[in-house]
Unconditional design. Structure first.
Length: 92
């Protein structure tokens, strides 16, 4: 019910959304259902660690086994060489 209301609101021109909830309450599942409801072809999912990015990608694959997945990770760590950005892919 809440996901359907959020999808309806997000279909309004110029609307935006931010999901804030405690650990383990289903934010990833809600994002999958919301993306499906919106027919989204591209989703930006921002997480603070590479471990959480991997966990999120696995959850998306589990929830959408027949969907196309182009999981990409950008790591903007600062290293000895200065600011950097490393892009990578998760594979099954």
């Amino acid at each position: 019910m809440a996901v359907e209301r959020a999808v309806r609101q997000l279909r309004t021109a110029g609307s935006r959304g931010l999901l804030v909830a405690a650990t383990g309450t289903g934010k990833t599942l809600i994002s999958v259902r919301g993306a499906d409801g919106l027919g989204a072809r591209l989703v930006l999912f921002v997480v603070p660690t590479l471990d959480l990015a991997a966990q999120t990608a696995l959850a998306w694959r589990r929830e959408r086994p027949r969907g196309a997945h182009g999981d990409r990770v950008l790591d903007g760590r600062l290293g000895p060489g200065g600011p950097g950005c490393r892009a990578g892919r998760f594979h099954k």
